[in-house]
Each structure stands twice: as structure tokens, then as C-alpha cells.
Ligand binder design. Structure first.
Ligand SMILES: NC(=O)c1ccc[n+]([C@@H]2O[C@H](COP(=O)([O-])OP(=O)(O)OC[C@H]3O[C@@H](n4cnc5c(N)ncnc54)[C@H](OP(=O)(O)O)[C@@H]3O)[C@@H](O)[C@H]2O)c1
Length: 242
């Protein structure tokens, strides 16, 4: 049996991923990393779930990774779920006039910089003899080719930049930790706090539950072509153009 790491573990989809991994006995233990605790999940899974609080500062991320080191290096699954679309102060931009430095920086920090720093800090922990798959939550709107409707400047661009970082990191991982496969994952529109204000135009049957997405993703991770480089995949396992 192996272990998993779930970063951004209080995301609704991440919580379903944890449930899926532990209830389905996909792994023996999950290390969940989040800014806050989650007593419900901790009570449910006891010692199978190791919960680590982290404020996502660079020093804290480094410290978490140092503490996670063990001779086994037996992590088979990693999920990096962080993502920010809106806050009380930030709404996705509809027009050029809505853009400002602070909003861009906040969104890029959560969507691009934090996930990339995890990819960088986790590398020594993931190099091992066992296959390991790292799923980083991206979004279809980050596809440059697929951008037909415009808008959502910060979110789109932060996910496009994330995709480039994932692809670039995958080239270095291949050399330094060839057992690791990276995917940029688009969950589809999923019923979470992140998508709440934007659900009215979602066609019937296209608003997914976190449980559906989590189980699709875990299934996709079992059936990847491990020889190809990084892939950008949706909830059905279908490739998305970068
Ligand atoms: N829901 C959708 O329709 C949809 C569609 C496409 C892509 N996605 C992507 O799927 C992922 C999971 O989203 P979700 O729908 O489950 O959303 P959610 O429930 O709102 O979860 C938000 C996630 O982002 C993290 N986060 C929030 N603010 C942050 C900040 N300032 N700095 C760093 N991390 C921050 C949270 O980490 P903590 O655990 O520390 O709170 C949590 O992991 C995101 O990357 C999102 O962009 C979602």
C-alpha cells in the first residue's frame, strides 16, 4: 500500500478526493495540507488521515516537505487543488477596465505560484521506485487555443501560466524523478464555492458533484500513458489543447 498527498485539502473537490482514496483503499494514508483544519474528515478517518496546517508561505511549504521525508518515499498520488476565482473583493474581469495589479497578483499567487512552489518542494519526496502521479488542478479556460469568449483575465492567464509551469516541470521531473507523471486537470464545472456565482448558465447535467469528479480523476490516474510527458486532461480523461 502507498500514500497520497492532497494540497489545498479543504477544497470541496479535494475533500471528495480524500474520501475516495481512503474509503476506496486506493492508498493506506493521506497527508492533507490546508490553511485550516477539517475535524469532520479527521474524525472519520483517524490515523489514516494526517492533517497538516500550512499558510502557504515559502518557509512553511519547505518545512512541511522536510517533515514529510521518509526513507520509503512511497507516495503514489499527489493532488494540488488550490485555485481562486473570486473573493468578496475580486470578481472575474469582464472588461479591460476591471484589471488591476492587486487582483492579478492575488489570483496569480493562489493559482500559479502556490501550486508551482509545491511542485518544486515536493520533487525530492516523490523520486522513488514506485509510480507517482501528480494531478494539478487547472481549468479549461487556461487553454490558449480554446479561448473563444475572452474575459476572466486573471483566472485564465494564471491557469495558462500554471499549465506552462507544469509542462516545464515535467521535463525536469523526467530527468530527476522519472517515476513521476504530471497532469494538468480540468474538473469540469463542479458544484463548489468557487463556481457558485457562475452556475446559472451551466447546461443541465453539466454541473458535476465533487464526488463524481474525484472518482473520475482517481480512475484517470490509474490508466495514464506513463511514457508520454505532461498531459492536460478533463474529467473524462479527454486531452485539452494547451
Ligand atoms: N469548481 C469548478 O467548477 C472548477 C472548474 C475548473 C477548475 N476548478 C479548479 O479546481 C480546483 C479546486 O476548486 P474547488 O472548486 O474545489 O474550489 P474550492 O472548494 O473553493 O477550493 C479552493 C481551493 O483553493 C485553495 N485556496 C483558496 N484561496 C487560496 C489562496 N489565497 N491561496 C492559496 N490557496 C487558496 C483552498 O485551499 P485550502 O485548503 O488551504 O483552503 C482550496 O484548495 C481549483 O484549482 C479550481 O481552480 C474548479
Amino acid at each position: 500500500m502507498t500514500r497520497a498527498i492532497v494540497v489545498g485539502a479543504n477544497s470541496s473537490i479535494a475533500q471528495s478526493v480524500i474520501e475516495q482514496l481512503l474509503s476506496g483503499q486506493v492508498v493506506e494514508q493521506v497527508t492533507a495540507i490546508s490553511r485550516d483544519t477539517n475535524s469532520q474528515l479527521q474524525e472519520k478517518f483517524g490515523s489514516s488521515l494526517r492533517w497538516v496546517c500550512c499558510d502557504y508561505s515559502e518557509e512553511a511549504m519547505k518545512e512541511v516537505c522536510v517533515n514529510l521525508r521518509s526513507p520509503e518515499n512511497d507516495f503514489s498520488h499527489v493532488f494540488i487543488c488550490n485555485g481562486l476565482l473570486h473573493t468578496e473583493q475580486i470578481a472575474p474581469e469582464k472588461r479591460l477596465e476591471d484589471i488591476n495589479t492587486e487582483k492579478l497578483q492575488t489570483v496569480f499567487h493562489a493559482n500559479t505560484i502556490v501550486p508551482m512552489l509545491w511542485l518544486a518542494n515536493l520533487a525530492p519526496l516523490l523520486r522513488s521506485k514506485i509510480d507517482c502521479t501528480v494531478a494539478v488542478f487547472s481549468a479549461r479556460v487556461g487553454s490558449i487555443e480554446d479561448n473563444r469568449s475572452g474575459g476572466w483575465y486573471a483566472y485564465r492567464a494564471s491557469k495558462s501560466a500554471l499549465n506552462m509551469l507544469i509542462k516545464t516541470a515535467s521535463i525536469e521531473y523526467r530527468r530527476r524523478a522519472p517515476n513521476v507523471k504530471l497532469i494538468a486537470f480540468h474538473p469540469g464545472t463542479t458544484d463548489t464555492q468557487l463556481s457558485k456565482p457562475f452556475q446559472s448558465n451551466v447546461p443541465e447535467g453539466k454541473l458535476f458533484t465533487p464526488n463524481f469528479v474525484a472518482s473520475s480523476l482517481v480512475g484517470i490516474m490509474e490508466n495514464l500513458d506513463r511514457e508520454s510527458g505532461a498531459e492536460f486532461l478533463d474529467w473524462a480523461g479527454t486531452p485539452i489543447t494547451w
